[in-house]
Write a protein that binds this ligand. Structure first.
Ligand code: SF4
Length: 888
């Protein structure tokens, strides 16, 4: 491309949007959607659009470390290879493990998998994708004989009905949501959302089924029975391309409509409406995501959905099919190369002797793993009980993201040898490493990813790697060489790895395996560099083309028929009790990614939800004494966390929702997975992250404080602490149980720490009212502010944060201490539209003063909601609250 621009792909969600990146002299980059990429055609969501703001080197791990001391690459790699070799020699290959990430590129994954399964001889290689889509993989394999997503994104645009199950597409896959929303506007697509919460996605829903947590199997079993009873089967498809319908139907028919209504907490009429809509619409796409997968019955949920599509023959045809959307950018690529403990590689199986022979011969490997390795939860159990003695963690933060996170932390801390390869120096997991290896970050590395529609795209470097950061594939290849496997790991560029992987997919394939990209095996280095996105399969001699699977059967089972799978309904593994009366649901929020190691660097991404929060229904809030905006403590026998309460009827009564993202770096008591039990699906091994019994109570802390500072204040030891990036510094919420001896001293410590000694500290005290306010100035610039109140603390937080490092004349300083703007200045309020940085108060002004009566009119007035559209549901709620009905 011209002008220093590089085509690459977004490193966040499974939509896999194309990006055009242009590095800027200040170390950031200009980011735009790639108009030619078939996933997004130029669109980006708030996270993708803010990528340029996440590239700073602040917090980067730049050099290898051994026991926290700087070390050379040679020394670190020698140590890793020696420790792995010694451990394997003494305790066998299953005494070591890799724990990887859907953030890795396919080439990284391929090398890790080859090293572990072909050269170490164990299958102890699992990944955070186990927490994301393992149930979909297992469901696909049970029904199709292989892990295939049959359709394409275009199917969502061609469908007449799109059913979204356990998917907040508007926030978690925003560009795909935009494509669906546009199709709905232009073609009248009907949309059904099945989700216990009224999420932002419900903005475009014709029907929202606020289903009870864990009850999806009951609903889809009932649908299968209805399809049969109402004569909607595709008899020809079922007869020619499937088997075992009677067994599945028998299991599906065990509950009648009223029993399904009880199990799902839905009315019989709304269930009947949904069944009839599905049954009577030919072009149906069912999209499912973590609400289906992250369940102790996740595989059955997937198969219950697949059963309905197989029964109607609505699969692999234009505008029809089941569609698993992956959470991570390269969860699919990891699945392809075998980056899960129960796979071999290239869609070949560990328990298939022929497949093991093919792979071993292709790799010229000394051995080959012959049995499945440990899946994520079991893997960390094995770390805990000492079976795993050397563990290499790459590009992920299991101390935050795995269930029973405190137990995982203790297990890693006790492991004899832990290596962590990461981009960031300080995470909850890097803190436990014996060896830290600096990884190249997005923008610095080359490789490929595969998105949710099987489309392989290049990620390309457009920045030099800082310090001594190196790609993950290089790190593993260097260790492999030092372990004596140099001949098989002599790669000098990811293009060579990709070519080898592509060749492997075609070996002895002859149409017996769905994954075949051997047509890309002979790519030259130049052709790899120029590779345009393509969908698999791409067989030798074939040209890239849009593909779907299974319209005419040809499944990958021994008899090439799909399997209906009986899915007897069972609910959540853990039931609510009198002591734990609420069900905790966890998930993503609009502007954050995983454990926030990147998105937390962006001021605008932190502005929408700067604190960890818990959503609670008004009825529950009243019952448990939780006030909107107050702190609440959520607890069970595993632990306790503290979050800000959001009282909303978008949350179902009886359930709570807490985001998955917050770490110990950003809040002192908000790692939600410390509460989640390690209860897993028996087939996929995926943990139930959305159904944990908990209790909630008000968090008693008499004093609330809000600090705006240039450095993170030293207040982590407070009863509550949550910090977020702000322009030129940080905004931090703090709560204390007891009044300190001196607020002045604390103010100096928190807001003046590290500042020039000559700063001027302005203070306001009202001990009777319990109000203390401080503002620190260096010359005429504000360098810190602290607002303290006994009880509720009210101040214009967004406005105060924006004053940091601004010139504040003496005449305006008292106004600043009042915590509110005066005169012409305005408080924009909490940011609603992160893409275009529009605050709540600006939207209210557009409504009340400029007469904007629709979401579109608000957009025309202040631009809010006109980029990625993920905030439109919130704008609609603001409109509703202002009592201006939106025109249809
Ligand atoms: Fe990135 Fe997903 Fe947003 Fe696209 S939709 S820009 S892939 S986070």
């Amino acid at each position: 491309m011209s002008g220093g621009a590089t085509r690459t792909t977004c490193p966040y969600c499974g939509v896999g949007c194309g990006i055009v990146a242009r590095p800027l002299p200040d170390g950031t980059a200009e980011i735009a959607g790639d108009p030619e990429h078939p996933a997004n055609f130029g669109r980006l969501c708030s996270k993708g659009a803010a990528l340029g703001e996440t590239l700073s080197l602040e917090g980067r791990l730049l050099h290898p470390h051994i026991h926290s001391a700087l070390a050379s690459w040679d020394k670190a790699l020698d140590l890793v290879a020696r420790k792995f070799s010694d451990t394997i020699a003494e305790h066998g290959p299953d005494s070591v493990a890799f724990y990887l990430s859907g953030q890795l590129l396919t080439e990284d994954y391929y090398v890790a998998n080859k090293l572990m399964k072909g050269f170490i001889g164990s299958a102890n290689i699992d990944t955070n994708s186990r927490l994301c889509m393992a149930s979909s993989v297992a469901g696909h394999k049970r029904a199709f004989g292989t892990d295939t997503v049959p359709g394409t994104y275009e199917d969502l645009e061609l469908a007449e009905l799109v059913v979204l199950v356990g998917s907040n597409l508007a926030w978690c896959h925003p560009v795909l949501y935009q494509r669906l929303a546009t199709a709905r506007e232009t073609r009248g697509t009907k949309v059904v959302v099945i989700d216990p919460r009224e999420t932002a996605t419900c903005e475009i829903a014709d029907l929202h089924l606020a289903i009870a947590p864990g009850a999806d199997v009951a609903l889809f079993n009932g649908l299968l029975a209805h399809l049969v009873a109402s004569g909607r089967l595709d008899q020809t498809y079922v007869a020619q391309h499937t088997r075992d319908l009677p067994a599945a139907l028998s299991a599906a028919s065990s509950m009648d409509l009223s029993e399904i209504a009880v199990a799902t907490a839905l009315s019989t009429s709304v269930i009947a409406d949904f069944y009839e809509l599905f049954a009577g619409t030919e072009r149906v796409v069912t999209v499912y995501s973590q609400g289906v997968n992250q369940s102790s019955a996740g595989t059955d949920k997937v198969n219950a959905i697949l059963n309905c599509h197989l029964a109607t023959g609505r699969i692999g045809r234009s505008g029809m099919g089941p569609f698993s959307v992956t959470g991570q950018p390269n969860a699919m690529g990891g699945r392809e190369v075998g980056g899960l403990a129960n796979m071999l590689t290239a869609h070949m199986e560990l328990d298939n002797a022929e497949h093991r022979r093919i792979v071993r011969a292709f790799w010229n490997a000394p051995t080959i793993a012959a049995k499945p390795g440990l899946k994520a939860v079991d893997l960390f159990r094995a770390v805990e009980d000492g079976r795993i003695k050397a563990l290499w963690i790459m590009a992920t933060n299991p101390v935050v993201s795995l269930p029973e996170a405190d137990r995982v932390r203790a297990a890693i801390a006790a492991c004899p040898f832990v290596i962590v390869s990461d981009v960031n120096h300080h995470t909850d997991t890097t803190a436990l490493a014996h060896v830290l290896l600096p990884a190249a970050a997005w923008g610095e590395k080359d490789g490929t990813i595969t998105n949710s529609e099987r489309r392989i795209s290049r990620q390309r470097a457009f920045l030099p790697s800082p310090g001594e950061a190196r790609p993950d594939w290089w790190q593993m290849a260097e260790v492999a060489k030092r372990m004596g496997f140099g001949a098989a790991f002599s790669y000098t560029h990811p293009a060579e790895i990709f070519a080898e992987y592509a060749r492997l997919t075609g070996i002895e394939n002859d149409g017996t395996r769905d994954l075949d990209i051997s047509g890309a095996a002979e790519l030259s280095r130049g052709a790899y560099d120029a590779l345009v996105p393509f969908q698999w399969p791409r067989r030798t001699g074939s040209e890239p083309k849009e593909t779907r699977f299974f319209a005419n059967g040809a499944f990958y089972t021994p008899d090439r028929r799909a399997r209906f799978v009986p899915t007897p309904f069972r609910g959540l593994a853990q039931r609510r009790t009198a002591e734990m009366p609420l069900t905790l649901n966890t998930g993503r929020i609009r502007d954050q990614w995983h454990t926030m190691t990147r998105t937390a660097k962006s001021v605008r991404l932190m502005a929408h939800a700067p604190e960890p929060f818990v959503e609670i229904h008004p009825v529950d809030a009243a019952a448990f004494g939780i006030a909107d905006g107050a702190l609440a403590e959520i607890e069970n026998l595993s632990g306790a966390i503290v979050c800000r309460a959001v009282v909303t009827d978008r949350q179902s009564a009886g359930s709570l929702f807490v985001p998955m993202h917050w770490t110990s770096e950003l809040a002192n008591r908000a790692r939600v997975d410390t509460l989640v039990a390690a209860v897993t699906d028996p087939i996929s091994g995926q943990p139930e992250l959305k159904g944990t019994p908990v209790a909630i109570k008000p968090f008693e802390a008499a004093w609330q404080a809000y600090a705006v500072t240039r450095r993170v204040p030293d207040a982590r030891g407070s009863a509550y602490f949550a910090t977020a990036a702000a322009s030129h510094g940080f905004r931090t919420e703090i709560a204390l149980r007891d009044e300190p001896e001196s607020w002045d001293e604390l103010a100096r410590q928190w807001i003046a720490d590290g500042e020039d000694k000559s700063i001027e500290l302005l203070a306001y005290h009202d001990g009777t009212a319990g109000q203390y306010r401080f503002a620190a100035f260096s010359g005429d610039r504000l360098v810190g502010a602290l607002f303290v109140a006994r009880g509720t603390l009210a101040c214009a937080r967004t406005w105060i944060a924006a004053q940091l490092l601004q010139s504040v004349p003496p005449s305006a300083r008292l106004r600043l201490l009042a915590g509110r703007p005066g005169g012409e200045a305005k408080d924009r309020g909490p940011i609603v539209c992160a893409c275009l940085d529009v605050g709540r108060n600006e939207i209210i002004e557009a409504i009340t003063e400029h007469g904007a009566a629709t979401v579109a009119a608000v957009g025309a007035c202040v631009k809010a909601g006109t980029n990625c559209g993920s905030c439109r549901a919130e704008i609609k709620r603001i409109l509703d609250a202002a009592r201006i009905p939106e025109a249809v």
